[in-house]
Design a protein around this ligand. Sequence first.
Ligand SMILES: [Zn+2]
Length: 372
Amino acid sequence: MGMRSLRVGRLAGIPIGVQPLWLAIVVLIAWSLGAVYYPDEVPGIAPAAAYALGLLSALLLFASILLHELGHSVVARRHGVEIEEIDLWLLGGVARMKGYPKTAGDELRFALAGPAVTLAIAIAFGAAVAALPASAPEALRAVLFYQLFVNSAILVFNLLPAFPLDGGRVARALIWERRGDLSRATASAAAIGRGFGYAMIGLGIVATMAGALGGVWLALVGLFVIVAAKAEESGLKVRTAFTGRGAGRFMSYPAVCVPARLSVAEAIEDYFVRYRYTAFPVTDGDRPVGLIDIEHVERVPTGRRTDTATLEAAITDPDLVIGEHQDVAELLERPAFQRTGRAIVRTDAGGLGILSTTDVDRALRALELEAA
Ligand SMILES: [Zn+2]
């Protein structure tokens, strides 16, 4: 889940990523189809042909899952939610959204778009199987039948009301519609999702002990559902707490700043050792030009610290300099902030502060106390 995905290209302008484990799954599917399914379905097939059809089937499955996620993405985009990337991993795909649907109706349409695509694919393969003349080659029938089967399985599985699977999102949209409150709907949907997750793990263990290897898969999905439901729930909690609240309210102020012309060695001695903060804005006069943190200082080889300027070692992404009115919920979703964990806040009066994930965590705990 936490593994980095490999970018493999773009479709409709949306980056497509593949988790390394997914490639292993493709090989596993191709291998099992080539070793068992095709030899069973097509008597007398040559082993090389069986494995080739296995690979073809795995790639068609890959394409089906991609189309499913594109279905989600296109509909989400039409309703003003940007898609950061489509990620294919161990158990299927995820269309990563930037931001959230604005209404229950949007969420419902977004959740149903993927399964609608999968349904269309399953119907197309079903129609193709039904239309095959009796004289058609067995191999062709077997290829089409496998896609019908696997897309039907994806459809049924995704519609389980186990949030954050599609069916769980549908459930959340319906609860949201009825109660008019996204946070509570998410909590309810996540609770149902957790229940399903534990049931899947239990069933998976029983099935595995009974000798069905598919049980391992089921237990893994159960685990995913539990972890992902938790992540969705806490993500929403954070968003609700910080929406409409400016960075100036939570920053550490005033920040101690390191002049850009200092060497890294001087910055270590006069700032990192003296103040024991883990990061400082780097300034040229009053102007913030970068952010130097302890990780970037450590990366400069010991022998080069006297002749390396602090600015050279600093992070200079302009996205990390924000105004005091910057919405914190929006900031937390910025990739630059997620990478660095800190931002430089410039106040209206021209002063500089720092907002770090530690500040945000503390603020969240305080806000939760206030709300309780
Ligand atoms: Zn889906």
